[in-house]
Design a protein around this ligand. Structure first.
Ligand code: UDP
Length: 239
């Protein structure tokens, strides 16, 4: 696929499901460990990096609301789940010598820093990986939208969306073996065809602020480093 402009600073979005590995709930620490190692490699090569981590492996607001819970309460619980994941990823990064800071959109002074934009930028300039927790801090949003928002706020060169497959397809390749895979898409294509990449508000934010989205699979070892070298396999979504 075509290359994005030079990647100096990126935001990596990891879904909660991605951290679950083969399990159907919670964290697979082997997966977290492997991810930390991949992040370490690109960070050591000089990339400024921030992460947004989902919470779907622990709690998803929408599905609990469907079971009768108040949507706003359920969403706050979902945001708390992302904080747990953030602490796990922080722990495994620091174990292997990568300096990190967790910043939460919902202040939790005893656990992590509150989200402060200028401070987050400073951390990255000083070589720390910043992990954004608690999504946007608002119910009715997702961590995909939080990822697009933080990528814009941090002036990132790209938003890297890690998924279970190696790009965007016109149908789910797991159930449709003949699904077509795209190398390049425009934001307009994604919105018009309602392709299930990220939610609409995330796509719109990225489009309005000119941040390309690279959709790639974290199942493949070394995927991040390959993207940095310009040899990765991904779908790029841009203007
Ligand atoms: N959430 C929210 N506002 C946000 C981000 C997340 O209310 O800005 C809640 C929402 O309930 C969501 C849950 O946190 O279901 C977990 O996030 P998400 O589903 O985006 O995680 P992922 O699918 O990436 O694992």
């Amino acid at each position: 696929p075509p290359q994005p402009a030079r990647l100096r600073r990126v935001l990596l979005k990891l879904s909660g499901e991605g951290l679950m590995g083969g399990q159907n709930y919670g964290l697979d620490l082997e997966v977290v460990q492997r991810l930390a190692q991949e992040i370490k490699e690109v960070h050591a090569a000089g990339l400024e990096l921030c992460l947004v981590i989902g919470g779907g492996n622990i709690f998803r607001g929408l599905s609990q609301a469907a079971n009768g819970m108040d949507r706003t309460s359920a969403d706050y619980m979902g945001m708390l789940a992302t904080v747990m994941n953030a602490l796990a990823v922080q722990n495994f990064l620091e174990k292997i010598g990568v300096p990190t800071r967790v910043q939460s959109a919902i202040p939790m002074a005893a656990i992590c820093e509150p989200y402060v934009r200028r401070r987050a930028i400073r951390h990255m300039e000083k070589g720390r990986v910043v992990i954004f927790a608690a999504g946007t801090g608002n119910p009715f949003f997702t961590t995909d939208t939080a990822a697009a928002l933080r990528a814009v706020e941090m002036n990132c060169d790209a938003l890297l969306k890690a998924t279970q497959v190696d790009g965007v397809y016109d149908a789910d390749p797991k159930t449709h073996p003949d699904a077509h895979r795209y190398d390049t898409l425009s934001f307009g294509d994604v919105l018009r065809q309602d392709l299930k990449v990220m939610d609409t508000s995330a796509i719109a934010l990225a489009r309005d602020n000119g941040i390309p989205i690279l959709v790639f699979s974290l199942q493949q070892a070394g995927a991040l480093a390959e993207i940095m070298r310009g040899t990765g396999r991904y779908t790029i979504i841009r203007e």
